[in-house]
Design a protein around this ligand. Structure first.
Ligand code: GLP
Length: 231
């Protein structure tokens, strides 16, 4: 396996990270208006979505021709649930810009069968992909996950139904009203889907990401730290 040294950029504050991530998306769309872009959820990219929405409001960019894929979605979950990534994406980004509904893909948390939905999502990624640009966050603590590729995820993994780790469950429980509302699993793009992207940036903020980032940059490449496969 060929190993790449990721370019590491350390910035002073959250806003600088938001601006830096935003510039990748803007440059990509300006260069190629019909780009395919994979997007993350979580608190880390919220500032980026605000800046991207502002760029659109100020008529400096259009997302009309862009195809967006999301990394993941809980399963099962209603699209209308405020905790769904479907809701997150509409709320924080899609409803604020000119992205046509038919150009955005998020795994369907309402699908009857997560395995069939995962297959469909893989087919869509194959049809429209590979992504020109993928923006990633990283799971906190020792999860070091990308999307919901938890510890143990395979290098060759594709979109599939996964069970959330205990650490992910405990971290993300705060986004649900009560314990019973939180799904035990999710549908996530696999490591190989992510690595197919022509360009990938991973953004991380705050001390809860320090262990993972250090592990990913300085440790061995392997499924015990899924984000390490980016190398
Ligand atoms: C979830 C998502 C990941 C994201 C992570 C980090 O687990 N599935 O894609 O990277 O949250 O979230 P935060 O940015 O809130 O730390």
């Amino acid at each position: 396996m060929k190993e790449y040294s990721p370019k590491i950029k350390i910035l002073d504050d959250d806003l600088s990270v938001d601006k830096y991530a935003t510039s990748f998306v803007i440059n990509q769309v300006r260069l190629q208006p019909s780009s395919v872009i994979t997007l993350p959820t979580g608190s880390t990219p919220l500032g980026m979505y605000t800046l991207l929405s502002d760029e659109y409001s100020n008529k400096r960019i259009s997302f009309k021709l862009v195809t967006f894929f999301n990394l993941d979605e809980y399963w099962p979950i209603k699209k209308s649930s405020p905790s769904s990534y479907y809701h997150y994406m509409n709320n924080h980004f899609f409803n604020k810009v000119d992205s046509p509904y038919e150009n955005r893909f998020i795994p369907n948390g309402e699908a009857d069968d997560p395995n069939i939905e995962s297959k469909k999502y893989n087919n869509l990624l194959e049809k429209y992909g590979p992504s020109d640009l993928t923006i990633l966050g990283i799971g906190p603590g020792k999860t070091a996950h990308i999307g919901f590729n938890e510890v143990g995820s395979d290098y060759n993994s594709k979109t599939r139904y996964v069970l959330l780790s205990k650490e992910t469950h405990d971290t993300n429980l705060k986004f649900f009203d009560k314990e019973g509302d939180m799904p035990i699993g999710a549908i996530t793009q696999g490591i190989s889907n992510i690595l197919n992207s022509k360009k990938i940036i991973l953004i991380a903020k705050g001390v809860s990401k320090a262990w993972g980032i250090n592990r990913v940059i300085n440790g061995n490449i392997g499924p015990d730290a899924p984000a390490s496969f980016l190398r």
